[in-house]
Design a protein around this ligand. Structure first.
Ligand code: HEC
Length: 166
């Protein structure tokens, strides 16, 4: 008696299960696909389109005065991953520097992808220095003008390490 009851109930539950699957997973598919396509700009791609303002001539000539010692790179890493204010670079540029930080979806234009050799090789040290000091107005990139010059150079040593060819 109990078994008969269960058997009668079973086909219905299968239909119900398929229904939930269809409604929950299959139907929203195109909606998700459209949403993804809606991001006309993608982080993490390489080369990355870049409209950032060019630094004044005297900055473009600057070379990093610090050597890429483990100590200097570690100092840059600490600022990038944890200490920089108003917010650690990692939040936007990502733990591995690929531009996929936890808030990358919310910002436009997208944070720079430092792992992209094609983009980074064309950027002089002085350009990076100037943007870190002053920010990129009209974008999410804040100014870190409070940092000492040496701290900015240490950050740049760390940024460069993301696109080092091994
Ligand atoms: C709130 C998000 C955010 C944070 C935090 C952030 N950045 Fe950025 N950063 C951006 C965005 C967005 C861009 C792209 C700006 C543009 O396209 O002009 C960018 C661009 C850059 C560039 C590229 C400059 C160029 O000329 O292409 C450098 C270098 C940079 N950031 C360094 C840093 C460093 C170092 C830190 C931490 C000390 C940091 N950023 C923190 C969002 C952020």
């Amino acid at each position: 008696m109990q078994f008969k009851y269960w058997k009668r109930w079973m086909p219905g539950s299968q239909v119900c299960f398929m229904g939930i699957l269809l409604l929950g997973l299959v139907l929203p598919g195109p909606v998700w696909a459209k949403h993804e396509k809606g991001h006309d700009e993608v982080s993490g791609i390489c080369p990355q389109p870049r409209k950032t303002v060019t630094a004044p001539e005297e900055y473009l000539k600057l070379k990093n005065p610090l050597e890429a010692t483990p100590q200097n790179i570690l100092a840059g890493k600490t600022l990038f991953q944890v200490d920089a204010k108003p917010s650690a670079c990692r939040i936007c540029h990502g733990i591995s520097g690929d531009g996929l930080g936890i808030i990358f979806h919310q910002v436009k234009p997208k944070p720079r992808n430092f792992t992209c050799i094609h983009t980074m090789d064309d950027l002089p040290d002085g350009q990076l220095f100037w943007i870190i000091k002053n920010g990129s107005p009209g974008t999410a990139m804040p100014s870190f003008g409070y940092l000492a010059d040496d701290q900015v150079w240490q950050l740049i040593l760390y940024l460069r390490s993301f696109s080092k060819k091994e």
